[in-house]
Design a protein around this ligand. Structure first.
Ligand SMILES: C[S@@+](CC[C@H](N)C(=O)[O-])C[C@H]1O[C@@H](n2cnc3c(N)ncnc32)[C@H](O)[C@@H]1O
Length: 203
């Protein structure tokens, strides 16, 4: 099988897992409060897909603690191995989000924390379309990306990252049939977006 591209995270997985991926840090991790508040808006048992989950700490852990049925897609083999150790009963696919079929099912929520801007612009647009297709009506998508259009080198991998900026994201989301709900910054300065797949209007 050809190597699954994790945008450099396979190479630094052990460092990542020992840091942000450590269970003791979950409650204190940057973004944890935002993910928890988002998760708490779903009814118990709702289905949520964690894209680029890493080892599942903190996000999948929080989703599980909030009583959600979780699934994950993650490209790095080492991250997937750590995830399986942390969550032996949670389905995870080792694949890129670009290539994954998202378990051939739909979800009430999709989370992409720290992922989208690692991808090339065309891949970001593709993933937004795929997320829109994978959400149930009324479903919600939470993702992070800087508000301004921006290119930079990822602090951990030194690989290029690119935010398309809020305006372009809003356009892509609208084109995919998703509706902007809110945007804000977490305590670590991560800009995040919450969008919704609106229920079809009754005539
Ligand atoms: C910055 S980390 C964020 C991990 C986790 N969401 C968190 O909040 O800690 C990005 C993760 O996305 C994964 N990743 C990178 N490119 C990917 C791709 N194309 N498809 C799936 N996962 C990818 C990396 O292996 C890494 O685990």
């Amino acid at each position: 099988m050809s190597e699954i591209d994790s945008n450099g995270y396979e190479e630094i997985a052990s460092i990542y897992i020992a840091g942000r991926g450590t269970r003791a840090l979950v409650g204190d991790s940057v973004g944890a409060a935002t993910v928890r508040a988002w998760a708490q808006a779903f009814p118990t048992g709702a289905t949520v897909l964690d894209l680029g989950s890493g080892p599942g700490e903190p996000s999948t852990r929080i989703l599980q603690e909030e009583g959600l049925a979780t699934y994950a897609v993650e490209a790095s083999a080492a991250m997937v191995a750590a995830f399986r150790k942390n969550f032996p009963d949670v389905p995870i696919e080792q694949n890129t989000v670009e290539a994954s079929n998202f378990f051939d099912r739909t979800f009430d929520g999709v989370l992409a924390w720290g992922l989208l801007f690692l991808l090339k612009p065309a891949a970001q647009a593709l993933v937004i379309e795929k997320v829109a297709g994978a959400l149930n009506p009324g479903g919600r998508f939470l993702f992070t990306a800087p508000k301004e259009p921006l290119e930079w080198l990822d602090g951990m991998t030194d690989r290029p990252s690119q935010s398309l900026g809020a305006q372009t994201y809003e356009q892509l989301l609208r084109d995919a049939g998703l509706t902007w709900v809110s945007e804000a910054e977490d305590e670590g300065g991560n800009h995040y977006y919450v969008v919704e797949k609106r229920q079809p209007r009754r005539s």
